[in-house]
Ligand binder design. Structure first.
Ligand code: HEC
Ligand code: HEC
Length: 233
């Protein structure tokens, strides 16, 4: 801060300080007036708010996860069994939207609906942020031969039946993006089930694009591509 500005501010503070206090006293506690130095302090606090708010959100998410989600999704989003999706590293926006869709019933799940009924949109955003930050791990595939077939389908599609390459949208590493879910490292059983449910529209949300793709996949292709994805980090 330059010297002249500093002294100008000090001069204004001396002038505004007692006056502001006077206004505050006359107008009562509901209408507070701030002296310039107080405004500066408040502005500094407001600039620091996002970091504090994020810390608070992460703490809230951790509390919810350790309260109930961990039973199925693990304490770090790694999940405790292949029937529950891994959430570590999943994109924040995608997680928040799925949770909102479970609550509204747009995405149907008898297991997930009661988990989110008492949570609000701020909780969903916080949980998204928290899961996105959990470390992702490497996983071995169960059947390497099957995964090889899946690699072809994932990267090249099936040119003989018209299946589009998954990588075209989901990216070569299946890391996802702000608008697409991360598929890398997901349990094969969960991925395969989603593909089957996309094809029948039992997966009732997000199926505008995936319904058409999933209906073209054979049972072998679904299993193979799911096996391949499970081995990506
Ligand atoms: C009793 C087991 C169980 C508990 C506890 C549980 N979940 Fe789930 N979760 C599931 C199952 C099963 C699915 C897959 C449901 C489906 O097919 O749509 C799922 C799906 C999800 C998905 C969608 C994943 C994706 O890739 O689309 C998210 C996000 C999620 N759960 C978050 C949570 C959060 C947050 C909590 C805690 C508030 C929680 N879950 C508690 C079993 C559970
Ligand atoms: C034209 C683009 C496109 C192509 C090609 C595509 N996908 Fe998708 N996929 C999407 C979109 C969009 C979603 C829904 C995401 C959303 O709405 O956030 C999605 C969602 C998914 C999900 C749900 C993830 C979860 O956590 O529940 C799976 C699994 C999936 N895709 C697998 C595949 C596979 C396997 C292929 C290749 C056979 C493929 N996708 C090809 C666009 C595509």
């Amino acid at each position: 801060m330059t010297k002249p500005l500093q002294s100008r501010l000090r001069a204004r503070w001396w002038k505004a300080g007692p006056m502001a206090l006077d206004v505050a006293q006359r107008s009562g506690p509901a209408r507070l007036a701030f002296a310039p130095w107080q405004a500066l302090v408040l502005a500094a606090a407001a600039m620091a708010a996002p970091a504090w708010a994020q810390e608070a959100a992460l703490a809230r998410a951790q509390e919810i996860v350790l309260g109930k989600c961990f039973i199925c999704h693990g304490t770090e989003g790694e999940s405790s069994s292949p029937v529950f999706p891994r959430l570590a590293g999943q994109h924040a926006g995608y997680v928040a939207r799925q949770l909102a869709d479970y609550r509204s019933g747009r995405r149907q799940s008898a297991t997930m609906k009661p988990m989110v009924e008492d949570l609000n949109d701020a909780d969903f955003a916080a949980l998204g942020l928290w899961f996105e930050r959990q470390p992702v791990r490497a996983h071995a595939v169960d059947d390497p031969d099957l995964a090889q077939v899946g690699r072809f389908v994932y990267l090249r599609g099936n040119p003989y039946s018209g299946v589009a390459a998954c990588a075209g949208c989901h990216g070569t590493g299946a890391q996802g993006s702000e608008t697409l879910p991360r598929l890398a490292g997901q349990h094969a059983l969960y991925t395969e089930k989603q593909l089957r449910q996309f094809s029948t529209r039992e997966r009732s949300n997000d199926n505008a694009v995936m319904h058409g793709i999933a209906t073209q996949l054979t049972a072998l292709e679904m299993k193979a591509v799911s096996a391949y994805l499970s081995g990506l980090k």
